[in-house]
Design a protein around this ligand. Structure first.
Ligand code: SIN
Ligand code: CO
Length: 374
């Protein structure tokens, strides 16, 4: 299992208490020996790939231009020497080393983790002063970057710009981060990162659904679970002088019917597990090309172990497991094994595996959610 990233001498507990969601923290040499996970050219190839989500931002004469991926070679041939930046989201879906990097942040629950975004910028490049709605750890890869931050409340954005750039940025503090240094920023903390030279930044990003998202998604979830007997009826219908008016009696009856929408803790568990483990809309899983038979599969699982597909999201509550938007219940025995897979993204060789756990794993293998380890 990967070691936790250094928090500059703080324990994760103290970091959560004093910094998480509260104030920035600069950590020099957070990952000694870190050289980055991919080169500039590899990042460009990834940005040109259909499945990756990328953005190319160019600054010219005080104007900002933004192009969403998939990008192509030509997008990179006509770029100015300075002041542009390429950002690629979900790099952990492509590189095992990126998921390993994320696993160094296991002091934050998986449910809060979003992705690893990697950016490249030549000297002067950046995406301008802005703030994000989420917490972020900005780990410096190759090169160096000047980070300027501000606790300002003024959140007015430049009008008509393709990116949300702060109109006024009141610089309060700045640091130059070298390879392996890391800056933690709480949500809504204004920041501006300017490349000092050829520079790559690794952003470990978190997710926090808005109330509106949660409420609307919960209603979508509930609609499949609701069942009710009965039908609107009005044996005591009163004569109305305006037939177009919705009467108080009708409104009250519907109000009563709506009270039949009920949910319990179990529904909330299922909703949250399904919602938070749901793959992003562009992610699709495929069956293995030549699937193994159950018996052979189990034998190899016990011998070599398995790992979650890089794009899989797995969460759990009580005896329930959520994998890529689906819920599975298991016995205590299954829990003992599967919780390790959920926590560590992998299972090394297993000594004793019961049939139920084997069956669940085989189903996940057939769905393309897990892969055998070599
Ligand atoms: C970047 O890597 O250029 C931007 C990261 C951020 O500001 O969130
Ligand atoms: Co940002």
């Amino acid at each position: 299992m990967m070691e936790t990233i250094s928090l500059g001498g703080l324990t994760p507990k103290v970091f959560l208490r004093d910094y998480w969601h509260k104030q920035p923290l600069l950590i020099r040499n957070a990952l000694p020996g870190f050289k980055g996970l991919l080169s500039r050219d590899e990042l460009i190839s990834l940005a040109c790939c259909e499945d990756a989500q990328s953005r190319l931002v160019v600054q010219k004469n005080g104007q900002w231009r933004l192009k969403h991926g998939p990008l192509n070679d030509q997008d990179f041939t006509r770029l100015p020497k300075k002041q542009w930046t390429l950002l690629v989201q979900d790099v952990n879906h492509f590189l095992p080393s990126a998921r390993e990097l994320l696993s160094r942040f296991r002091f934050i629950p998986h449910a809060r983790l979003d992705d690893l975004m990697v950016s490249y910028a030549p000297k002067g490049g950046g995406i301008g002063p802005h703030f994000d709605s989420y917490d972020v750890f900005l780990l410096q890869g190759q090169g160096s970057r000047r980070w300027q931050v501000s606790a300002q409340l003024d959140d007015a954005f430049v009008e008509n710009a393709p990116l949300r750039i702060l109109k006024n940025f009141y610089l309060e503090q700045e640091w130059v981060l070298e390879t392996g240094d890391m800056l933690y920023l709480p949500p809504k903390y204004a920041h501006n990162g300017i490349a000092e030279d050829d520079c790559m930044t690794y952003s470990i990003g978190f997710r926090a659904p808005s109330y509106e998202e949660l409420l609307t998604q919960f209603l979508v979830f509930l609609q499949d679970r609701i069942s009710a007997e009965g039908r609107y009826s009005d044996p005591d219908l009163q004569l109305q002088s305006h037939p177009s008016i919705l009467s108080a009696a009708m409104l009250s009856q519907v109000q009563m019917i709506l009270r039949k929408i009920k949910w319990n803790r179990n529904d909330i568990e299922d909703f949250l597990g399904i919602y938070l483990s749901e793959p992003k809309s562009h992610v699709f899983f495929e069956q293995p090309a030549e699937p193994m038979r159950l018996r052979d599969f189990i034998q190899l699982v016990c011998k070599n172990g398995i790992e979650l597909d890089l794009r899989s999201r797995m969460l759990c509550v009580r005896n329930k497991f959520f994998l890529n938007g689906e819920v599975f219940s298991g016995s205590v025995e299954a829990y003992r094994i599967l919780i390790k897979l959920a926590d560590n993204y992998e299972l090394t060789a297993i000594k004793n595996m019961d049939d139920e756990t084997g069956g669940i794993l085989y189903q996940w293998y057939m769905n393309g959610y897990i892969n055998l380890k070599n």
